[in-house]
Design a protein. Structure first.
Length: 218
């Protein structure tokens, strides 16, 4: 018990929570960027623009089949070789956003495909342009269907931030490693705290999604 109490001292907990702050910051920014980019790419794939949709589809398939760690390495170590230098936070945000956008694009495309084609026909017959019908009729219905898989993807994104320890992002896992690096007996307490903190964040997101789903009557 002394090991746990020593490991979970206020100094260590505060340091771990500082890492959690970085985790949340990177996660929130990446979620926003990947959702916007993924939605845009998913719509392009759905509307089947000649040539462009095919190119976007190939890029998405390539990214989805690459390991995230490779994208992290490229973002942090590869981009400087072509003159683009990023700090570790920005490199992580870009890597996560690009990787998750490819996943979200497929979720968006599937969500739109799940909406009855009659909805588009009805909207067009009422005088709406294709773009207006997509924005005001199709996408709102598709979004309701997309909430569960989107939340699942966002939870994966939050957990994937731990991979950025490989490029020394000072997030929760990295801070935990620093703590138990000073005393190997702190390893188990730190892993327990990491599990608890990740659970709290991801469970809260899951609960919020269920509440939203009920309100939207999914």
């Amino acid at each position: 018990m002394n090991t746990f109490s020593d490991a979970l001292s206020w100094i260590n907990l505060r340091y771990l929570l500082e890492g959690m702050g970085v985790t949340l910051e990177v996660s929130i920014i990446s979620i926003v960027i990947s959702f916007i980019l993924g939605t845009f790419l998913g719509i392009i794939r759905y509307v089947n623009i000649k040539g462009l949709s095919t190119i976007v589809g190939v890029i998405i398939d390539i990214i989805r089949n690459l390991p995230l760690m490779l994208i992290l390495f490229f973002s942090y170590f590869g981009l400087p070789e072509v003159g683009i230098r990023l700090n570790v936070v920005n490199a992580t945000v870009i890597a996560l956003s690009v990787f998750e956008a490819a996943m979200i694009a497929e979720i968006v495309r599937s969500g739109i495909n799940a909406v009855s084609t009659g909805q588009m026909e009805a909207a067009r017959s009422n005088g709406l342009t294709y773009t207006q019908a997509m924005m005001h009729v199709i996408l709102p219905q598709a979004l309701r269907k997309m909430i569960p898989p989107l939340v699942s993807q966002f939870i994966s994104l939050i957990k994937d931030t731990s991979l950025a320890t490989i490029i020394l992002l000072p997030e929760m896992t990295y801070h935990a490693q620093i703590i138990y690096g000073q005393n190997v007996n702190y390893m188990i307490p730190m892993y327990v705290m990491l599990a608890l903190l990740y659970f709290i964040v991801n469970y809260a997101l899951s609960v919020a999604s269920r509440i939203l789903a009920k309100k939207l009557a999914i």
